[in-house]
Design a protein around this ligand. Sequence first.
Ligand SMILES: CC(C)=CCC/C(C)=C/CC/C(C)=C/CC/C(C)=C/COC[C@@H](COP(=O)(O)O)OC/C=C(\C)CC/C=C(\C)CC/C=C(\C)CCC=C(C)C
Ligand code: CTP
Ligand code: MG
Length: 165
Amino acid sequence: MELYTLLYAFVIYSPALAANGGATFIREGTPLDFGRSLGDGRRILGDGKTFEGLLLSLSFGLTVSIGISRFLGEPWITKGFMGALGAMVGDLVGAFFKRRMGMTRGQRALGLDQLDFVVGATAFMLATGVPLSLSEFLFVAALAFVLHLGTNAVAYRLKIKRVPW
Ligand SMILES: CC(C)=CCC/C(C)=C/CC/C(C)=C/CC/C(C)=C/COC[C@@H](COP(=O)(O)O)OC/C=C(\C)CC/C=C(\C)CC/C=C(\C)CCC=C(C)C
Ligand SMILES: Nc1ccn([C@@H]2O[C@H](COP(=O)(O)OP(=O)(O)OP(=O)(O)O)[C@@H](O)[C@H]2O)c(=O)n1
Ligand SMILES: [Mg+2]
């Protein structure tokens, strides 16, 4: 794949990446599941998924979308935002499965933690009519996996994240 294609893939996923990073700045907030549990006795989503985190992440995602739209054209405000929204929905689906598997908030789920938001962003961007190739997806997934390990270790040291993963 050409370098240009890789750069393009990174740019169109950047609202989603920024959204996922943005939520981390909220350490406590109103849980999206309002503290409710399912029949299995476990929380629907848990305390790590809040209204405040969702709002902040979408604001970051929108800001970056507006930024990339200056180069890619106005439709990217919507397309980028859909990527950010998809990332956060993917993160919620990931948390839902973690709770169903009996994992507590912040417990490590290698693979799921790094890729839930990339899968969500991809699904939402495809639904918005963004043509994504498998190689672009695989590139961004691999990049997000490595970046996620790095950013989270740094975010933990800066006391932004509770756990280093
Ligand atoms: C390649 C290796 C091994 C290391 C790379 C090290 C690296 C990239 C360091 C960057 C360090 C940095 C600037 C850290 C700041 C700490 C921080 C704010 C981290 C936020 O990200 C945490 C993480 C949360 O994920 P989780 O909730 O699922 O656990 O988000 C992961 C995000 C990504 C993998 C996407 C890439 C993110 C970034 C490059 C930085 C974070 C982006 C923002 C804060 C958004 C900025 C947006 C605006 C509008 C200014
Ligand atoms: N919708 C969201 C997503 C994230 N966060 C904040 O960002 C932190 C890091 O997000 P993430 O790593 O995705 O959550 P975890 O703490 O790992 O929780 P879970 O096990 O539910 O994924 C969360 O703890 C929470 O403080 C939030 O407030 N609202
Ligand atoms: Mg997550």
